[in-house]
Design a protein around this ligand. Sequence first.
Ligand code: GLO
Ligand code: MG
Length: 346
Amino acid sequence: MAKTHQYRFCFGPWNFSEGADPYGPPTRPVQTFDWKLAQLKKLGFDAMMFHDDDAVPDIDGKTDAQIRKEAKELKKKLDGEGIAAEMVAPRLWFSPMTVDGAYTNNDPKCRAYAVERSLRCIDIARCLGTDLIVLWLAREGTYLREAKSARRSTELLVAALDKMLAHDPKIRLAIEPKPNEPMDHAYLPTIGHALAIAQLTRDPRRVGALVESAHAILAGLDPSDEMAFAMKFGKLWSLHLNDQNGLKFDQDKPFGSTNLRSAFNQVRVLEEGQYGRRGEYVCFDVHPFRPTKVEHWLAHLDNSRRTFLRLVEKVRTFDQAKASQLIADRDYQALDQLVIEHLLNG
Ligand code: GLO
Ligand code: MG
């Protein structure tokens, strides 16, 4: 495919996924990080996104100096391969200290752990040459409403964000909202919540957002609207494109797999807002279907990018003049069909 687009692509080591789910074990063998990096390169992607412990395994047992040393070694490896680190995200949902939440845990010792770990994550990001920290606030919410105070939790979230912003004057925090799973209800379920809480922090300009298509759908929202809204604030700093079939568990399907028209509209607003022109990456947070054989292991990543690029062409060749006429005439039936036939053609 000719490189006439401005996009650069990214995914994370977890997007290989070995196929384990709550009801069964892995269906593909565990692979090393080096194997994953080699596959990313083979596919011609530009960057990798990281959890803090993807970058520095067993991070909780290591000293600051050791963490920085290992992060610098990883940076050398990435440089050697010509791969950038897009972001680093603190994995705040695995430790015994985050069972009842990270920044909003009812236990002050657990909250302190979550903040400390986030500061280490920032150090890793700086060693890897990125200023972007992604916060998927997995356990910041409740299973039952009476267990926590939503008002107090908002204050605790702001306090944690402030500590991160103070730790490094250059880093930017991109909140990745998700309305549920693993929680019943999350405290920051939408982009509106992410951008609103940014205003309460010590430096609102450095707190932005990442939209994941599936998370928006789980919140009953249109992913393209979430993207356009964040972009209008200059705050769409990353993307997790994927797909989701209705209100179920988070499926992380290949981009466009369930709803091609929704995918078209996501690409449409990204084109309109010139996403990528300020260095943002198009990341796919997708997983292979569990029955996927080892020999087909990379297809969900390659396919997501292919679909994305096909949709870029679809957006660029859409008959906008015709669409504008139909809009002026309030003929939305014909507009609907214009879109459908455009997507069906070729
Ligand atoms: C899960 C999230 C998850 C995050 C990743 C980065 O629902 O989408 O994959 O994107 O852990 O923080
Ligand atoms: Mg995600």
